[in-house]
Ligand binder design. Structure first.
Ligand SMILES: [Zn+2]
Ligand SMILES: [Zn+2]
Length: 132
């Protein structure tokens, strides 16, 4: 069954004809700003499995560095996906509808988490990025 997602105002919607991979949460200071949250929560997706259903014209892209960027709804501000070189490589789990049948597999950059955050137990944590 396809995975669907949408922004807060509901104008931008998408469908994924495939599975999500490598769900993770990053606690670095950049992700906190980008996601306006204690951490990011995202998963990778094959760009050819992803399609916008509605509202693609409302998307705004912010490229942070070296071709990496985020796309968000210009109406409500939800961050929907990460892009590289103009192609979608990952989606934010907060905008997914229902159960995408994946769980956060690791917490990364926990060493630079916000002082006020309590990281949940029971999932592997790395002070920095995952070992390569
Ligand atoms: Zn919206
Ligand atoms: Zn990060």
């Amino acid at each position: 069954m396809a995975i669907t997602g949408e922004c807060f105002c509901g104008k931008v919607t998408y469908r994924i004809n495939g599975k999500l991979r490598d769900a993770r949460s990053c606690h670095c200071s950049r992700c906190r700003k980008a996601f306006s949250s204690q951490a990011s929560a995202y998963a990778e997706v094959a760009s050819d499995a992803f399609e916008w259903l509605t509202g693609e014209n409302l998307l705004t892209t912010y490229e942070s560095q070296d071709g990496y960027g985020l796309q968000f709804c210009s109406r409500c501000g939800s961050t929907l996906c990460g892009i590289y070189d103009g192609k979608i490589h990952g989606i934010t789990l907060g905008c997914v509808n229902g159960d995408p049948e994946i769980e956060i597999g690791m917490h990364i950059f926990v060493g630079s988490k916000a002082k006020w955050e309590v990281v949940p137990e029971g999932v592997i944590q790395f002070d920095k990025g995952p070992p390569t």
